[in-house]
Design a protein around this ligand. Structure first.
Ligand code: DQA
Length: 146
């Protein structure tokens, strides 16, 4: 089972700056992830929070809840949250960081990811497909380590 976490403001997907983030709503994105999970033979559970502490707690508890990997879009927390970085590093599940937009093609302050330092890798710029790529990686990883 894979936990897909979306951080602050991603509840507004579809309405928020659609020229950057696209027209897919959070509900639709979560449905896509669940569908890709079915194709890949992974259970997928999606959650979103605007609160850093809630994301920290979900990351801390994920293993005990039975998850085997995490796909994380930390939103703006990407760029400054040492608390999220510590949460990622403080647990043993593989985390893949994802972004809908290409964080390297935008404002300078977005090109730095604090949280990616704790992640296995980062997929950025492919819209909802960023999440699919992360799930494909985790499916492959978990197949290799049953
Ligand atoms: C984002 C990129 C962040 O810079 C921004 O703050 C977001 C969304 C993305 O998915 O492209 O909220 O993580």
């Amino acid at each position: 089972m894979i936990l897909v976490l979306n951080g602050p403001n991603l509840n507004l997907l579809g309405k928020r700056e659609p020229e950057i983030y696209g027209k897919t709503t959070l509900d639709e994105l979560e449905e896509l992830c669940e569908g890709w999970g079915v194709e890949l033979g992974l259970g997928v559970v999606c959650r979103q929070s605007n609160f850093e502490g809630q994301l920290v707690e979900w990351i801390q508890q994920a293993r005990d809840e039975g998850f085997r990997g995490i796909v994380l879009n930390p939103g703006a927390l990407t760029h400054y949250s040492i608390a999220l970085l510590d949460a990622i590093r403080g647990q043993s599940l593989p985390v893949v960081e994802v972004h809908l937009s290409n964080i390297h093609a935008r404002e300078e302050y977005r090109s730095r990811s604090v949280t990616a330092a704790g992640a296995r890798g980062l997929v950025s710029g492919f819209g909802p497909m960023s999440y699919k790529m992360a799930l494909v990686y985790l499916a492959d990883l978990l197949e290799a380590q049953p």
